[in-house]
Design a protein around this ligand. Sequence first.
Ligand code: ADP
Ligand code: ASP
Ligand code: MG
Length: 417
Amino acid sequence: MGRLVMKFGGTSVANIDRIRNVARHVKREVDAGHDVAVVVSAMSGKTNELVEWCRDASPMHDAREYDAVVASGEQVTSGLLAIALQAIGIQARSWQGWQIAIRTSDAHASARILEIDGTEIIHRFKDRQEVAVIAGFQGINPQTNRITTLGRGGSDTSAVAIAAALHADRCDIYTDVDGVYTTDPRVVPKARRLDKIAFEDMLELASQGAKVLQVRSVELGMVHNMPIFVRSSFDEPEDIDPHGTPPGTLICSEEEIMESHVVTGIAFSKDEAQISVRQIEDKPGVAASIFGPLADANINVDMIVQNVSEDGKTTDLTFTVPASDYNRARDTITASKGKIGYARLDSATDVAKVSVIGSGMRSHAGVAAQAFKALSERNINIRAITTSEIKFSVLIDAAYTELAVRTLHTLYGLDKT
Ligand code: ADP
Ligand code: ASP
Ligand code: MG
């Protein structure tokens, strides 16, 4: 007997039939003798609709009220799943973030979990064998008593944080794919499912755009050494052998992974924008005059490339920001034009970042060089490059994203055979 957290994403709870299917998955684990806490997302498409309603009501809406609105999707599915469980004879109770409580920072729309009080839920496991059905994505700020949300995809983070707070043996993330693949299987049909992946590699995959898990959930998994198992909710619950190992991917510490490839996977993101500041006077302090105001405006700068100009007097600086911050970033630079002193601002929003990830890169040279050659053979122009110990990224025209991902996937021997 053990303790499990089971998290179900939007497509897994998309309608009442799917919620009934989730209830049968939960019953399977309860029947096997486990204490179970379930974390649910909103029905698929619901959060987008709620976000759209807020924008429609006012483009400059109050972030606290945005959270009050968007947290409601998860309230509905938690109640519905508790009803579906009770209907098949499983003792269950729904919990909103504030009822537990899941205490968070006051950064509305991207709050961080500070503390979770698992006492009552653990008590009810012991006293009544009651399943806790918890609304994902939401919490409460203890100072203001207002509802907060954890950022898009945040139910993954709720699940891992709850697993840690309840001292669960594992956190199962049920989704619409049967595991973590070498790249998005919807884009590259030859992508291979990974049996295991190290927290470090998963963290990079998620940060670079693989949306199968929210980045913060992987960070928490790593900090608490909580095994996370990504699996499909589309398997028939009755077909699963309770004592066997179902298809899926275990995210765990590096030591538990026997065979290791140089490249683990490829991620991509079209949510990028490029800004080039042209002919800046080449003197100490120019980078600070550009990136200082961007930092003050809370804009995350990712890739940075500085070219040395031919005359030695001026320089060009190119950097990327999230597409959603593009307008603000441009305005910020334009507002500081007098201080920076540049001739022209060029920008592009139809760009994509493709990242190759693998902790094996630590001990292998020349991995990136192979990619540059393969991309050039496909006539794909690289606009910017960044590298770190276990990954490198290239910025390219968005139109070539799929071609670049497929090319690199084959190059590093990741294709399914
Ligand atoms: P949920 O609603 O269950 O949270 P998401 O849509 O957030 O599900 O995440 C699952 C999706 O992530 C998949 O449908 C898949 O298209 C996408 N994805 C991107 N990269 C990967 C990857 N490397 N492995 C598996 N899925 C991936
Ligand atoms: N419903 C939220 C979203 O769509 C949280 C989640 O699904 O993880 O972002
Ligand atoms: Mg998700």
